[in-house]
Design a protein around this ligand. Sequence first.
Ligand SMILES: Cc1cc2nc3c(=O)[nH]c(=O)nc-3n(C[C@H](O)[C@H](O)[C@H](O)COP(=O)(O)OP(=O)(O)OC[C@H]3O[C@@H](n4cnc5c(N)ncnc54)[C@H](O)[C@@H]3O)c2cc1C
Length: 238
Amino acid sequence: MTRHMVVAAHGEERVESVTVAARDADGRPAPGSERRLVCDVLAVGHGLLPHTDLAEGLGCRLDGTGVRVDDEQRTDVPGVWAAGETTGIGGAALSLAEGHIAGRSAAARLAGTAPDPRGWAPAARARTRLRAFFAALERAYGDPPARWPEQVGDDTVVCRCEEVTAGAVREAVGTLGAGDLRTVKLLTRAGMGWCQGRMCEPGVAGVAGCPLTPARRLLARPVPLGVLAAPTDPTTPR
Ligand SMILES: Cc1cc2nc3c(=O)[nH]c(=O)nc-3n(C[C@H](O)[C@H](O)[C@H](O)COP(=O)(O)OP(=O)(O)OC[C@H]3O[C@@H](n4cnc5c(N)ncnc54)[C@H](O)[C@@H]3O)c2cc1C
């Protein structure tokens, strides 16, 4: 059923059926086109978003949804290279190719020399080919339907860690006057749980009608490789 969308899932203990509707020209469910279909599994996908929080915390700029890098995989922050999913979703082989280039570039640059791109020519060819393939895949996935927040009922949980509903987010914006994502978070706790907004932030932002904001606090600290490599004693608190 092309140009259709799932507008509701139904069930008590588990999903039992879904309501499917045709999409009108504006991306809304066409009135009267709803059909209920019995099912035992529902899978929904609207593309993939890279995790960029570490790089953004270091001040790296984004290009679209991924970290912006040059041909050597350097970000625009001196001394910071990025490779793999953080620069855009593209699968394991692309991550390896980018990591190979980033490693060679970093080794040369940190030794004070300019790297020779001929040393990573096969990886660069693989990178070009795979980026093109995944750009096509992303187009095929498609974005979420236009105006999707309108379809989200007030009782829908949008932040699963803190169990915050769309209704609570709307109340924070409409009644309490929150005008940005940070205030929504403070008023509702959306994004304050285990995932720290990594999963729910785009959804919460969509329902709130607020733009996504880059991570301002770096939730990370340097860990020496020796600490990771050291044998662990399970009785010692870490
Ligand atoms: C279910 C699933 C199936 C997949 N199947 C395929 C497949 O069939 N073929 C294919 O090519 N690709 C597949 N992929 C994609 C593939 O796994 C990725 O492309 C690849 O792992 C990306 O490598 P990476 O090193 O960039 O990121 P990752 O392998 O995700 O490594 C990033 C690491 O950074 C750590 N990290 C992230 N943020 C922080 C932080 N703030 N602080 C500290 N550490 C952090 C993470 O814990 C992780 O260990 C699949 C992915 C998933 C999730």
